[in-house]
Design a protein around this ligand. Structure first.
Ligand code: BV8
Length: 251
């Protein structure tokens, strides 16, 4: 299959760009075998809608169920490897003076791929925090056998350190993401259904500030009619082609 053709105007802009920001969603991890947030869950979890499990109320109602769901997702992610889409963004970070990678994903695959300037809007699957008193928890006793484990400070329940629906995003991280979107010359929205706020506002912030906005997704999204370029394809195929055609190398 021939490699996708990247628009010449995008290549030209990228070659001279100093500030680039990228927003990724679950789609960039799809080719690593990590199910996206809205595709059907499997096995025991097939009966649950992620948006119903990823809430404080679900955890209050059934802490063990929610905790087990995150353990199951951790195990899926541990078996996954970063894919060519993740690796292409590592190369883009090397090529751009002021590069910011904003991710909605909690799987940690961008960091495992080698990216550095990462803003994790929704937290990280592999960190835990105190649900009762929000105590700082350095080394959560995850092997304690209790499900969920107890906070070593206050004895309350531990919870995954992710942002659930109905919870505020970390203010400092969201502010940094908004600033990166405002200042970017080129803004990419990659592998996201553009449905979850306030992350889904970021491409519009970039558009309003005059950035070239590029979407990479095999499917159309609510953002598609507004972007400068909509590259309809898989991130693991389109991004390596973009790196090769812009900087003449294979990521
Ligand atoms: C908040 C962590 C204050 C947990 C997640 C307006 C303003 C503010 C809030 C809201 C608002 N309107 C509604 C709200 C409430 C809510 C919200 O946005 N609801 C949506 C559903 C309408 N937002 C919140 O609650 C946020 N909190 O703002 O607090 C507040 C609260 C209430 C009311 C007002 C204000 C918190 C949101 C964070 C939730 N936590 N994750 C966990 O993971 O367990 S979000 C979760 O969805 C994941 O992080 C995921 O990343 C994210 C978004 O989904 P996507 O990443 O886009 O994944 P999805 O499966 O949807 O799509 C995958 C895409 O990839 C598809 O388009 C597919 O075509 C594409 N794809 C597939 N394969 C590939 C590919 N693309 C490229 N290559 C491929 N190979």
């Amino acid at each position: 299959m021939s490699e996708p053709l990247i628009p010449a105007d995008l290549i030209h802009r990228l070659r001279s760009a100093r500030r680039v920001a990228v927003l990724t969603g679950a789609g960039i991890s799809a080719e690593s075998g990590v199910p996206t947030f809205r595709e059907a869950q499997t096995g025991l979890w097939a009966q649950y809608n992620p948006e119903e499990l990823a809430t404080p109320d679900a955890f209050r109602r059934n802490p063990q169920l929610v905790w087990d769901w995150y353990i199951w997702r951790q195990e899926r992610v541990r078996l996954a490897e970063p894919n060519p889409g993740h690796l292409a963004l590592v190369e883009m970070e090397r090529r751009i003076a002021d590069f910011t990678l904003i991710t909605q994903n909690v799987d940690g695959l961008h960091r495992r791929a080698g990216s550095h300037q990462i803003l994790e809007l929704h937290g990280n699957l592999f960190r835990a925090k105190c649900f009762s008193e929000d105590c700082p928890v350095e080394n959560p006793p995850l092997e304690s056998g209790e499900i969920p484990p107890r906070c070593p400070q206050c004895g309350g329940l531990l919870r995954p350190d992710v942002v659930w629906f109905g919870e505020m995003l970390p203010a400092n991280i969201l502010r940094a993401a908004e600033q990166a979107a405002t200042q970017a010359e080129v803004f990419f929205s990659i592998g996201t259904s553009a449905l979850v706020y306030p992350a889904a506002d970021l491409p519009f912030t970039a558009l309003t500030a005059g950035a070239m906005v590029v979407e990479i997704n095999p499917q159309p999204t609510p953002l598609s009619p507004h972007v400068t370029f909509s590259l309809n394809g898989a991130a693991g195929v389109v991004l390596p082609a973009l790196i090769a055609q812009t900087w003449g190398i294979v990521a």
